[in-house]
Ligand binder design. Structure first.
Ligand code: AVJ
Length: 314
């Protein structure tokens, strides 16, 4: 068996284990990292273009507006490490402005990495690209490159982590940065609940399709028999915890088979599929400080919808 086939087998086994474990809990839950198969990634790109989904648009606009300062913070000739495949417009802006000595996209999906590397190679023949197929939620071994390391982590992906996990993640990242290391991290901000609600309950139902695709993926890849019409997308802002919660609600009492395991659902029972934490600027700065970073700079839009933090490892 080849290396890729073995890797794929291991990943499918981990997926199955996560699903079985998640569905066995009193509050059924699934990890949001499994949203992003090919179909899910396409749906997420559609979400990013929705009128109601402000984060992508606002982060791009503020990055454009402050690109000179942001590039100055990163520093010319740094080693730019992106958590995520680096397919975005923001990444290209940053690469053009920073002219990094090397660019290291880190992603679990080697398909996404291959596509990004090809495209960046065409766009920037001068750029040294060192892709790394790895799960950045665990310690990774970065390639040996000279220069100050700057981790770019846009999109408020950190919002998927509970504050304690976010703290642990920041600490771990700081440990990998080395002397004078820095981080540029996009963080979605607390705001009017109605605006948050709309962003996760779009009129076209793209977010609903994105959420339900998780069950479709489990059917496809793990041979489960979820009946998608018997589940409904449900998302709301939980102000006490400062997060959007996404759930898949069972519309009837039913049983679902995953491999040779069987799970019972009551009518109205939910699978908790995602948290998306929102911070105030002060809350996020405190979290970063706790993890050993100095908040050197914050960029935000005029309406205070989204923030980009420049953190320095202390
Ligand atoms: C990619 C995790 C930042 O939380 O807003 C979008 C994912 N989920 N719509 C977010 C998502 C539903 C997104 N993150």
């Amino acid at each position: 068996m080849g290396r890729d086939a073995r890797r794929h087998g291991e990943q499918q086994l981990a997926f199955l284990e996560d699903v079985l474990q998640g569905l066995a809990r009193p509050q059924k839950a699934l990890p949001p990292k499994y949203f992003y198969d090919a179909a899910g990634s396409r749906l997420f790109e559609r979400i990013c273009r929705l009128r109601e989904y402000y984060p992508t648009r606002v982060e791009l606009a503020l990055t454009k507006k402050h690109i000179r300062e942001i590039a100055g913070f990163a520093g010319r000739g740094c080693v730019l490490i992106e958590y995520g495949s680096g397919e975005s417009l923001k990444t290209r802006l940053l690469i053009e402005a920073v002219r990094p000595a090397a660019y290291v996209p880190v992603d679990i999906s080697s398909d996404a990495l291959d596509a990004a590397v090809k495209r960046l190679g065409r766009l920037y023949p001068w750029l040294r690209v060192r892709p790394l197929a790895a799960d950045f939620s665990r310690p990774i071994s970065l390639p040996e490159t000279r220069g100050r390391r700057v981790v770019y982590f846009p999109g408020s992906t950190i919002g998927n982590l509970a504050p304690q996990e976010a703290h642990a993640f920041l600490r771990m990242t700081r440990g990998q940065l080395g002397p004078r290391g820095a981080m540029l991290i996009g963080v979605d901000l607390k705001k009017d609940a109605a605006q948050l609600h709309a962003a996760y309950n779009d009129a076209k139902g793209v977010t609903a399709a994105f959420n339900l695709n998780l069950l479709a993926r489990i059917n496809r890849e793990l041979g489960a028999d979820f009946r998608l019409r018997r589940f409904r997308h449900y998302a709301f802002y939980n102000p006490a915890r400062g997060r959007i919660e996404m759930h898949l609600v069972s519309l009837a009492a039913q049983r679902v088979n995953v491999g040779d395991h069987r799970f019972a659902f009551d009518a109205g029972e939910s699978i908790h599929s995602e948290n998306s934490y929102k911070y105030s600027i002060a809350e996020f700065q405190a979290l970063a400080a706790h993890a050993g970073f100095r908040g050197a700079k914050v960029w935000t839009d005029r309406r205070g919808l989204f923030s980009l933090h420049g953190l320095i490892a202390d």
